[in-house]
Design a protein around this ligand. Structure first.
Ligand SMILES: *Cc1c(COP(=O)(O)O)cnc(C)c1O
Length: 475
């Protein structure tokens, strides 16, 4: 059958690489600090070049079989050892990212703690969606606990949420949205006194907090050295500055780590032993993470952590000078959430204005009384003077333009919509009618209207619409 998607004879390399470059021109830049989410730039070109070379060196090695490729065991032991040395010990697994690390921690807790009926995990409202995903995939229930006025998990509310079916309690160090640390020792003590395990999600903070502490800053206890903490996740593809596909999950005791593993001899083929979710997998990210850690070194990470934190502190000070804007909570790492306390100043409109000025500021929707805001994940490479000027300028323009004009009744109409009656093409047409072009040719997207509509809807409706958006995008 002829296909439009695959050429009959192979195309020349130069032509293919040119096409990749053309496609990438529409992407946000991954270096330079104008994109304050998703990407982490050391500002050290040689480190990123080395990571790419190491990635290529290991690219075709298959992590499926550690006896066939002993290099992966050697690299993983060094990486996990380096992370454990800085985060309170234990032993662990190198995974593809925070989501996989969390999936393994939740699976281990479930399998180590059989209960009558469906197990439960207790999450602060600010915990990462990866825990909801893990619960969904692993057949567990989420028990959600509201956070306090400074966005911190509440130990008393956590204690009250425990039941005989609780298998895991979660604290974040820090949570992503506002960069705020949960009171890990108190939460872990609540879990331990009930005989329940406690996971610390240090996905974003785990490779910046120890360096800030070593550089002399005040960092509260949060790692595996805290009594009651039984597992911890730390993403190297965030403040470890490694290419994507690099995270570590640590377990306080080795028998809990083994509950994360999976083996199958239940077929006539090769025996399967997996420490993680994936089976066949490139060793590229492993090689790149190993090279990055060793090229940067401890002093390098201290310098990068302090540089990023100083950028965040300058952002916090600068926001105080911009009328109508304020920082939410007290960030412990270089993550800052900025909200508006002026109804005439819409944060989603600011994000669109900033995008037109070459900056990406990440919109976050309101949730359980926490206002909508813009999230900044900062590194030392951001030109903070230029960032603040762009933010102030965008705020001025957004105020002049007023909040996005949402067609009256649109949110209500969407909430009442029978999504099952629409196919992807119908849904794309609906999006086009509110100005969202999925064809990819629309220039700077006007996201303020979309965000305003989503923000007006309950989370479950947001989720239904987001799934339809993704489906239509790839159709
Ligand atoms: C990024 C993040 C995760 C999820 O990590 P991925 O690498 O995107 O899968 C989980 N928890 C926190 C706090 C994070 O910042």
């Amino acid at each position: 059958m002829p296909s439009d998607h695959l050429p009959e004879t192979g195309r020349p390399a130069a032509e293919l690489l040119a096409e990749l470059a053309r496609l990438r021109a529409a992407d946000l830049p991954v270096r330079g600090g104008q994109v304050t989410a998703y990407v982490y730039d050391t500002g050290r070109e040689a480190v990123h070049d080395l990571a790419a070379t190491a990635f290529a060196e290991m690219l075709e090695v298959n992590c499926l079989d550690p006896t066939a490729f002993p290099s992966i065991v050697a690299l993983e032991r060094q990486i996990v050892g380096a992370v454990a040395d800085r985060l309170g010990g234990g032993s662990g697994v190198f995974t593809s990212g925070g989501t996989e690390s969390i999936m393994l921690a939740v699976k281990a807790a479930r399998d180590a703690h059989p209960v009558d009926g469906r197990g439960e995990i207790v999450l602060p409202a600010t915990a990462h969606p990866a825990f909801h995903k893990a619960a969904h995939y692993l057949g567990l229930e989420v028990v959600h606990v509201p956070v306090d006025a400074s966005f911190r998990a509440d130990p008393a509310a956590t204690a009250a949420a425990l039941t005989p079916r609780t298998v895991l309690v979660v604290a974040s160090a820090p949570s992503y949205p506002h960069g705020v640390m949960d009171p890990v020792p108190e939460i872990a003590a609540v879990a331990a006194s009930a005989g329940v395990r406690c996971h610390v999600d240090a996905c974003v903070g785990g490779w910046v907090l120890p360096w800030l502490r070593e550089a002399g800053r005040d960092v509260p206890p949060f790692d595996l050295s805290v009594p009651g903490v039984t597992s911890l996740s730390c993403d190297l593809h965030k403040y470890g500055y490694a290419p994507k596909g690099a995270s570590v999950v640590l377990f306080a005791d080795e028998s809990l780590r083994r509950h994360a593993y999976f083996a199958s001899a239940g077929w006539p083929g090769y025996t399967v032993i997996n420490a993680g979710v994936q089976s066949s997998r490139s060793a590229g990210p492993l090689g790149a993470a190993w090279a990055t850690l060793n090229a940067v070194g401890a002093q390098g990470y201290r310098d990068l952590a302090v540089g990023a934190m100083e950028t965040a502190e300058r952002l916090i000070a600068g926001v105080a000078e911009i009328p109508g804007l304020r920082v939410l909570g007290e960030p412990a790492v270089p993550l800052v959430a900025v909200a508006s306390d002026d109804p005439a100043l819409d944060v989603f409109a600011i994000a669109d204005q900033a995008r037109a000025r070459g900056w990406f500021f990440q919109p976050q929707l309101s949730y359980q009384g926490i206002p909508p805001n813009l999230h900044f994940t900062l590194t030392g490479v951001s030109d903070i003077g230029a960032l603040l000027a762009a933010l102030a300028d965008s705020a001025k323009a957004a105020r002049a333009a007023g909040p996005p004009a949402v067609p009256p009744g649109l949110a209500e109409a969407l909430a009442a919509l029978d999504l099952d009656a629409l196919d992807d093409a119908d849904f794309a047409a609906l999006l086009a009618s509110v100005g969202v072009d999925l064809s990819g040719g629309g220039g700077e997207p006007e996201m303020a209207t979309v965000n305003t509509v989503l923000n007006a809807l309950p989370p479950a409706t947001r989720e239904d619409l987001l799934i339809r958006f993704l489906s239509a995008l790839y159709a």
